[in-house]
Design a protein around this ligand. Structure first.
Ligand code: TMP
Length: 207
């Protein structure tokens, strides 16, 4: 792959979407060319799989089925969108990727990292990200920052202990894959975090 592949990871409520928007504005202002996609989704088939995963009517879906659907959506996105762009030398960003499966399904849902690695072998082996921007903020702090209870918020729906497990998972992954992880302290203001991301990406020669 000739292009650069950069992924974004983090627990819910850490401001990932805001940071991606700020980064896009930064690159747009400077005429930096890139392609931004997201998981689960990013292609017609993958978006249909996303709808199945997120459909509230599918409450009886097993954890294994959910993990396999995430990896199916991923393989499709890789073949249809990411691979051709990387082959053409493009700079490709993805909002969440295989580390989300490792942290959420592997660590937090308890399926085990080995199982999740196995079903994501293609993504891990052939399309390891060049860099993974991890927005590092403990979910309980993120929750406090948002001002506490919101009945519709997923943070509350899934329970804080689940999100703490996701966070611990990410911390493990950041050690295991230290060569590609850019750990960004996201406890400050959104502009502070934005500047940290920009300097880290500049330091790595992304732009
Ligand atoms: P989002 O809020 O960043 O769009 O994330 C969508 C949800 O999907 C979030 O709760 C994390 C979850 N997810 C997984 O559990 N495993 C995965 O592999 C991916 C890509 C997302």
């Amino acid at each position: 792959m000739k292009g650069k592949f950069i992924t974004f990871e983090g627990c819910e409520g850490v401001g990932k979407s805001t940071q991606i928007r700020l980064l896009q504005a930064y690159m747009d202002e400077r005429g930096i060319e890139y392609y931004m996609t997201r998981e689960p989704g990013g292609s017609s088939i993958s978006e249909q799989i996303r709808a199945v995963i997120l459909d509230g009517k599918n409450a009886e879906m097993t954890d294994e089925c959910e993990a396999l659907l995430y990896s199916a959506s991923r393989v499709q996105l890789l073949s249809e969108v990411i691979k051709p762009r990387l082959d053409a030398g493009e700079l490709v960003f993805c909002d969440r990727y295989v580390d989300s499966s490792l942290a959420y399904q592997g660590y937090a849902r308890g399926l085990g990292v080995e199982f999740v690695e196995r079903i994501n072998d293609y993504a891990l082996r052939e399309f390891t990200p060049d860099l993974t921007v991890f927005l590092d903020l403990d979910p309980s702090k993120a929750f406090m920052r948002k001002g506490g209870a919101d009945k519709t918020d997923r943070l509350e729906q899934s329970g804080m202990s689940f999100h703490e497990k996701v966070y611990k998972g990410y911390k493990e992954l950041s050690k295991k894959y230290a060569n590609r992880y850019l750990v960004i302290d996201a406890s400050g203001s959104k502009m502070q975090t934005h500047h940290k991301i920009i300097s880290a990406l500049k330091e790595k020669g992304v732009f």
